[in-house]
Design a protein around this ligand. Sequence first.
Ligand code: SAH
Length: 367
Amino acid sequence: MSKGPLAARIARLIAAEGPISVAAFVAMALHDPNDGYYAHAQPIGADGDFITAPETSQIFGELIGLWFARMWEAIGRPDPVVLAELGPGRGSLARDLLRAAGTVPVFRRALRLYLIETSPRLRAEQQRRLADAAPVWLDAIDGLPAGPLLLVANEFLDALPIRQFIRGPIGWSERMVALDPAGALVFADMRASPAAALLAEQARRGSALSDEIVEICPAALALAASLGDRLVHQPGAALFIDYGYADERRGMSLRAVRRHRPVPALEHPGAADLSADVDFGAFAQAARSAGAGIRGPVSQARFLTSLGAKVRLAALSAGASPAERSTLGQGLERLLDPEGMGGFKVMAMTSPNLPLPDDLAVLCKSP
Ligand code: SAH
């Protein structure tokens, strides 16, 4: 049975207007200004609901800083350059990235930090960690100033709402959130509208697989198209890291997590994190259609290893106590674990024809 004030409001909405799409449910559950998950929750960390790479090891943000230093050279060392992060969480990635950027002072001085974040609570935490860098907060990327751009997003795309479709004997159905006779939130597959069926059919044709289940993330596709368009007109590079698939897997992937445990997706709207696998294939296609270049995806393990993760670990360990050394080693191990975060995917979107330095060529190969 669904619980909480938001569940009751969603139930009233459905009773009045009929079933809503999974995307509409996710958008309310995550972003309702009063009771939405990101409005009040402390999602990330041991005392939160889930853990992420920048919270696991400082090496993650540092190596991304190194990657951006090289991309900055590739786009002609512009000063100033916008450094944007989508969904910066607790601000750890940006903090570690900026510290690493400090080893190339001209690069560090050129960076202007912009944080795209909807959660007021996380904005406050980012402010505490990043005050020295004088960040500017925005609600969406269209507010970013024009000019050269470096952008990073870790575990951001997976938080964008998805729609789910199923193909059966009668054609396409869309998975909706409805009410059962007792008034509880339940999934119900309903015949898709003609427009929705067309969308699902297009998504299925565009994929390498001909699965009967299709998930579409309209917000991710819109982001890929608008960022891709920007990178055609202004130099830059964007890095996306997330769990997901390129062409090897499809299916229902919406999941809810609370206190590090999976919970039923409809049970705790507003109190559990909701996410879905990222369709990197569709994301890449939307960016390419806009004219941008795409590199990867490669696995996170491969990306970090090629950037020198183990060398960095050795350098950090040299000055550390045995206890610190073990923490550092375990942190990196988690980032590289092929069954865990190491299996996440890293994809770069760049201005067209941007030469990629040789040592970053790993992003040109398949995972
Ligand atoms: N990148 C961080 C946090 C990942 S959690 C890390 O790796 O630790 C997802 C983040 O995206 C949170 O900061 C959340 O508040 C933010 N977020 C989710 N949906 C968003 C949206 N539509 N617009 C802006 N920020 C969003």
